[in-house]
Design a protein around this ligand. Structure first.
Ligand code: 9GP
Length: 829
């Protein structure tokens, strides 16, 4: 009784039982308390934004409870954990996602409503966390949701960029980029861990010394920064499992510049320290090409080094040797960006922990696996030897040694075939030597995977053919998926309720295969009626938004035909615009009687062009100019409207996807690694107009040929067609439309010349001319299907019903079982 320590522990145990309650009154109390004590406003007077902040803080409190329990549980279990390393996490907003996953959305809606606030309005106050460019970053975010929902032990690691992806505005139809300083309004979701910091070193020199018969290496850096941890709790759906996304921010190092201070150069020393922060300042807005920018390599090394030091520190809390490191740790490299982690882990194990090289290499090769997201070898990263020598001299030595040992090993298999060895070498020789990061990752990883069946085959047959020949066992396919929590259940509440009603269960939210149960009702007139009601409601919401941002009034009876994604030549938004011009031209030449047969369409295009990607920006300008002309043409009227939606992001996707009738995924065959928005559209009952690219092929197989509009060249024909493109004669209409643009029909003749040249015979690398006729035929088939409402609705239901395979939960299970070797586990109580 008299033992104070015992009393303290009892008190803590008792307090632990006092979890926050989720009844409406308790929620209201926690919101209002945050208004007073966190936001420091009066509970009698706070606006929608303050209501959002207080609400977010009250949700965060609840997340922290389960986050703490979860961390404790896995610490006690010492379970194997996967660490997902990614330069990008495109999270979007958190509030609705969190309360939905925690199962307390209704209580929050009521709590706010009784306080005089509307949840829908409050939710809109949140800024998107846009720490990613597109598919790769959004996939990473979907993984986190799934890992948490399925009770895996997992953490994400990335960078806490001050500036997320730029915000896109239109000025006179041209894209303008505005900085996205998303943190200047505060981020209630993150927890700053001022004491979780690691030193990150750059530049300097390496000294070699012999110590007791062993060569040792001492790296004396010239620059050092601190990586500071910011934790973002990620809740699973309907489970107490809340996992962690740890993002690193760069801060000046505490001690490193002591010398400058001592020598009296006080102001300069402070200024140079501040430069440290630039490392985590800005997200690179280009996800396909890699400029050889020192800053980007610095960013990569910065977050990877901090993450590995953190992982090792956690491991060492429980283990005195590294013998079973690989039994407890799996590290997934999201594309080649974190590959510098390979030499970094070797450096930490050998130089810092004192392991023998062979032992360290054995561990390293059991820990790493990599996902490749590109289709062509040329887009894989290469860093010049010169840059690495300057920035990370010790890592370059390690890479050279890895390469030498690897080439020695393969020589035993393939002999002295020097051409072959040069292709396999991690180092690209030439005037400027460089390090091929993809090859380095492949040599070190136990598994490499592509992101759709076709893509994984292309990796084996082309991109990494030489590696596949010697390491066939390393190659796997893991077709991407998306989380049905965000991309169906909460972005489309009408459809969610209907699915639950018709399937008789909401278990589909964690087992999407159950959607096949809808197939039997696809022709049921009652379901069809309800289905269309929900769709019309969603379309009305989008129509209101379109009118608000563009002033264009659109009818919800028209087909909403959508293409939203990053603007890129290979994604062929230009093909879409050309067919829009063609459609407008046809309508203008029709008699009134013919016009009555036209299916009215609203063509919605959205997406950002990388700031330095001139051709992509010209495509945006063309869309806006064509839209301007068509939308004001009295001969066309409501039969065709064209809208460019600026600043396409996760939140806009949540509005657009449930409201789309047709969605276009029309990259040149084989040129899209996978695509993931196609899966989101399909889940939401939108029909696809698609080429044989990436996961379109698998979607077609799952939902049936009769429920999708496929056109264009086959993947295996693309090489030949490209080789013959100089001789190819595109159809008349194609020439005519290009001629219209060239001749100034859409103004600015000069400005569009370069864009037109990209599809001139010899230049038409993405085969727009080749595919144009079959594209128009597919478009005609779409019109024909749309007028048959019963048929279209059945196709729409069959799309949703067949989308189960594209749940990220399926993907996650495959990674967990076949790559990471982890199992779900959660506390039983
Ligand atoms: O272009 C691919 C896209 O097809 C894929 O769906 C996505 C996720 O796997 O990754 C994209 N790749 C990148 O963003 C960078 O290579």
């Amino acid at each position: 009784v008299g033992n104070p320590e015992l009393q303290r522990r009892r008190r803590l145990m008792w307090l632990m039982d006092q979890y926050l309650k989720n009844d409406v009154l308790s929620i209201q109390k926690s919101i209002v308390d945050h208004v007073e004590y966190t936001i420091a406003r009066s509970r009698f007077k706070f606006d929608d934004f303050e209501a959002y902040k207080a609400t977010a803080n009250s949700v965060r409190d609840r997340l922290i409870e389960s986050w703490n329990d979860n961390q404790q549980f896995h610490r006690d279990m010492d379970s194997k954990r996967v660490y997902y390393l990614s330069m990008e996490f495109l999270m979007g907003r958190s509030l609705l996602n969190s309360i939905f996953n925690l199962g307390i959305k209704e209580q929050y809606a009521q709590a706010l409503s009784e306080l005089g606030y509307n949840l829908e309005v409050v939710v809109e106050q949140e800024r998107d966390a846009a720490l990613g460019n597109g598919g790769l970053g959004r996939l990473a975010a979907c993984f986190l949701d799934s890992l948490a929902t399925m009770n895996y032990s997992a953490w994400g690691y990335g960078i806490r960029y001050q500036y997320g992806l730029f915000r896109q505005t239109l000025q006179d139809g041209f894209q303008h980029e505005q900085p996205d300083y998303w943190l200047n309004v505060g981020n209630p979701w993150e927890i700053e861990r001022v004491h979780v910091t690691y030193p990150i070193s750059f530049y300097g020199k390496v000294e070699e010394k012999w110590v007791e018969g062993t060569k040792t290496f001492t790296w004396t850096p010239d620059e050092m920064v601190e990586a500071v941890a910011y934790d973002n709790p990620i809740p699973g759906y309907n489970t107490g499992n809340t996992i962690n996304l740890r993002l690193w921010a760069a801060k000046p190092s505490g001690e490193f510049d002591l010398q400058s201070f001592n020598t009296g150069d006080y102001v300069n020393a402070i200024l140079s320290k501040q430069r440290a922060e630039t490392i985590s300042n800005v997200l690179y807005p280009d996800d396909r090409t890699y400029q050889g920018k020192e800053l980007r390599l610095k960013q990569q090394y910065f977050f990877v080094s901090a993450s590995l030091q953190d992982i090792m520190r956690r491991f060492k809390d429980h283990h005195s040797t590294f013998d079973n490191f690989a039994d407890k740790v799996a590290v997934q490299l999201n594309d080649t960006h974190p590959t510098i982690g390979v030499p970094e882990l070797m450096r930490l194990l050998v130089d810092v922990e004192g392991l023998q090289w062979a032992k360290a290499w054995d561990i390293t090769t059991k820990v790493f696996s990599i996902t490749i997201h590109s289709v062509v070898a040329e887009t894989l990263e290469k860093w010049s030897v010169e840059l690495l020598q300057t920035l990370l001299p010790r890592h370059l030595q390690i890479i050279f040694k890895i390469n030498a040992m690897f080439l020695e090993e393969v020589k035993n298999k393939i002999g002295n075939d020097y051409d072959h060895l040069a292709r396999l070498s991690i180092i690209e020789e030439g005037e400027k030597k460089s390090v091929k990061m993809g090859s380095l990752a492949l040599v070190a990883s136990h598994t490499v995977n592509g992101v759709s069946k076709l893509h994984s085959e292309l990796l084996k047959e082309r991109v990494f053919k030489d590696f596949y020949d010697i390491f066939p066992h390393k190659f796997q396919n893991k077709t991407n998926g998306v989380t049905q929590r965000r991309w169906l259940a909460f972005c489309n509440p009408g459809l969610r309720d209907m699915l639950t009603k018709w399937l008789g269960t909401e278990a589909w939210i964690t087992n999407l295969d159950l959607l096949t149960g809808l197939r039997q009702y696809a022709s049921d007139p009652i379901l069809q009626k309800e289905w269309n009601l929900v769709r019309r409601h969603n379309k009305a919401r989008l129509a209101t938004y379109i009118e608000a941002i563009s002033g264009v009034k659109v009818s919800i009876d028209a087909m909403f035909d959508v293409q939203v994604k990053r603007i890129h030549q290979y994604k062929r938004q230009l093909l879409n615009v050309l067919s829009i011009i063609h459609r407008a031209d046809c309508i203008k030449n029709m008699s009134p009687a013919e016009k009555t047969k036209v299916v009215p369409r609203v063509c919605i295009i959205g997406g950002k062009a990388a700031p330095g990607y001139e051709i992509a920006k010209k495509i945006i300008k063309l869309v806006t100019t064509v839209g301007e002309k068509i939308n004001n043409d009295k001969d066309i009227g409501n039969l065709l409207k064209v809208v460019f939606v600026p600043d396409y992001n996760v939140s806009l996707a949540e509005l657009i996807i449930p409201a789309s009738d047709l969605s276009q995924h029309i990259s040149t065959a084989g040129n899209e690694a996978s695509g993931t928005s196609n899966m989101k559209f399909t889940m939401n009952g939108c029909l696809l107009l698609a080429t044989l690219s990436g996961s379109n092929i698998e979607i077609q197989k799952e939902i049936g040929d009769e429920n999708i509009f496929v056109f264009g060249a086959k993947p295996e024909e693309v090489d030949r067609l490209r080789a013959e493109r100089r001789q190819f004669q595109p159809p008349q209409e194609f020439h005519r439309i290009i001629g219209m643009i060239r001749n100034g029909k859409f103004g600015d003749t000069e400005y569009f010349q370069e864009l037109c040249q990209t599809v001139d015979g010899g230049n038409d690398f993405y085969l727009l001319g080749n595919d144009f006729s079959s594209y128009l035929e597919a478009q005609a088939a779409v019109d024909e299907a749309y007028v048959d409402r019963e048929r279209w609705t059945r196709m729409s239901i069959m799309s949703t019903a067949g989308s189960g395979n594209f749940s990220i939960d399926r993907t996650t299970c495959e990674y967990a079982e076949n790559i990471w070797g982890i199992k779900p586990c959660q506390p039983t109580s």
